[in-house]
Design a protein around this ligand. Structure first.
Ligand code: NG6
Ligand code: CA
Length: 507
């Protein structure tokens, strides 16, 4: 039989197809998942219940882990904050920009001409926000905290920002919301100086009786809220934060952002201040752990995660939101304040079975709790895939259908299939950054020699820095705690990895 298309149908068919395509596209667009990166500060591999925490329980995070995909080899890019955050947002390794821990009055570290992860997601139709710790610098040089503070996150692709500008232990102790210090009284202007005391507030060295807890010399400058900080400030009394209210304030801002954006896809970089020093949790969490304020801070952090999940559920956002829970670097106990973190740790192991911690090139420096949770798409389970936060840029670009230009996110690999549990493998080769560089090649780990010795301040922390004048090679499959240096016995492998590392450095 000869089949002939009716001319009228033939005429309207292309329009119909076009219409149904647009419809499909619309449905696709509606289905774009919301994306939340829950970024904890200084949380170690072993600091969560599902990875063996003792002395504190983390029921909300454990529920996320139970119903999500847990990565046992998930990494931040570096063992300190600024470099990890730089990599997360730019998809570049931090050493390419010499990114290191910044003072609280440093200029913006990321070039505003660079394509960032939030800018890429904006292009994909997302409303974007950063709420919490920033620590990537603000402004072009000198910051006048009393005027418009720019450039900053809003110039890098975030539609909304509510920031702790640097760290909890650095002045100024005020929030910056979209270019402006919150609650600033113009009659009481803020000044910040990292070298000389401005005299307006007492300092920790001269008036230790005013302190809630003692601190080392670096953390003994201006006292704000009974806690001495790094750096000096004056003015801004009405704008000062209260550490004990921090978790609630940040959660309030998160709640507002979720309410305002529940009808459209959003990207939220929820950047916690817990569990970084100074640790002054809300009284709700007092003695929730047996480990003093570091443990209580973990409990507070877990509470925030629970509040986030409740907020998502109440707004009907719990199913189609992809949550990535992780940390910016490994754990540290004593980081400058007398908060008894070392004395009270008991048999809790902040880095789990891993060696080192914050500041270290050993595994505990960058291997951190990592969970991907997305009830609609990701099956619960455990993955041994090697993944790095530097890869989130390319992976989220893939997820949201964005094409990257060759110069964008140069170190970011698309590991989306691993993140969604569709593939068991992530990267083969990956850089780790500390005060030297290391390379992972599957389960092999090579640490580049470093002639600079471990700084004294780090020696006092009981954290193995990993800095040695000769190369180190470990087989993590049989030696997860990096105890047997095989560089001499397997020189061929060490040389091969040194060569790959050099190639990455010069790319
Ligand atoms: C260090 C601080 C430390 C902490 C760290 C940044 C001293 C001796 N130590 O310089 O307390 O603030 O910077 O931590 O000043 S991070 O998680 O933001 O990288
Ligand atoms: Ca940190």
């Amino acid at each position: 039989m000869n089949f002939k298309i009716n001319p009228l149908i033939a005429c309207i068919l292309p329009f119909f197809t076009l219409f149904s395509c647009t419809q499909n596209k619309k449905t696709e667009e509606v289905k774009k998942p919301n994306i939340i990166i829950v970024y904890i500060d200084d949380l170690g591999y072993g600091d969560v219940g599902f990875q063996g925490a003792k002395g504190v329980s983390t029921p909300n995070i454990d529920a996320l882990a139970k119903n999500g995909l847990v990565f046992t080899d998930g990494h931040c890019s570096a063992s300190t904050c600024t470099p990890s955050r730089y990599s997360l947002l730019t998809g570049s390794y931090a050493f390419r920009n010499n990114a290191a821990i910044l003072p609280g009055d440093a200029p913006l570290l990321i070039d505003t001409n660079k394509t960032t992860m939030p800018a890429m997601l904006q292009k994909a139709g997302y409303k974007t926000a950063v709420i919490g710790k920033w620590h990537l610098g603000l402004g072009n040089g000198y910051i006048d905290w009393n005027k418009t503070i720019s450039p900053g996150p809003n110039e890098l692709g975030f539609d909304y920002s509510f920031l702790v500008p640097a760290t909890l232990d650095r002045v100024p102790c005020v929030f910056v919301e979209n270019h402006h210090v919150v609650n600033l009284d113009p009659k009481d202007p803020i000044k910040v100086d990292y070298n000389k005391d401005l005299g307006a507030y007492p300092n920790g060295l001269e008036e230790p009786q005013l302190l809630k807890f003692g601190a080392d010399k670096q953390h003994s400058n201006t006292i704000i809220n009974g806690i001495s900080r790094i750096g000096f400030m004056s003015g801004g009394k009405s704008a000062l934060w209260k550490d004990e209210d921090m978790a609630k304030v940040l959660m309030g801002k998160v709640n507002n952002f979720l309410s305002e954006n529940k009808e459209n896809p959003f990207f939220l970089y929820f950047s916690f201040t817990d569990i970084h020093v100074p640790r002054a949790p809300n009284e709700m969490f007092k003695d929730k752990s047996t480990m003093g304020s570091r443990g209580d801070d973990i409990a507070q952090m877990d509470w925030s995660v629970g509040e986030l999940m409740k907020a998502l559920k109440s707004k009907g956002l719990d199913k189609n939101t992809l949550i990535i829970f992780t940390s910016d670097n490994g754990p540290v106990l004593n980081d400058g304040y007398d908060d008894k973190a070392e004395e009270l740790v008991g048999d809790h192991k902040p880095g789990g079975p891993l060696k080192g911690g914050k500041y270290s090139i050993y595994e505990a420096g960058t291997r951190v709790p990592t969970v991907v949770y997305w009830p609609e798409k990701v099956k619960p389970g455990t993955s041994e895939a090697l993944v790095n936060q530097v890869d989130l840029f390319a992976s989220l670009a893939k997820l949201t259908g964005q094409k990257l230009a060759p110069k964008d996110a140069p170190d970011s690999f698309d590991v989306l299939d691993a993140l969604l549990g569709k593939s068991k493998t992530g990267r083969d080769v990956m850089l780790e950054e500390g005060f030297t560089l290391a390379l992972r090649d599957n389960n092999w780990k090579f640490i580049a020699p470093q002639s600079k010795p471990t700084p004294n301040w780090l020696k006092n922390k009981n954290i193995a820095s990993g800095l040695q004048e000769t190369p180190q090679l470990f087989d993590l499959k049989s030696d997860i705690s990096e105890t047997k240096n095989l560089a001499a016995t397997n020189k061929q492998k060490a040389d091969e990895m040194a060569a790959i590392l050099n190639k990455i450095k010069t790319q």
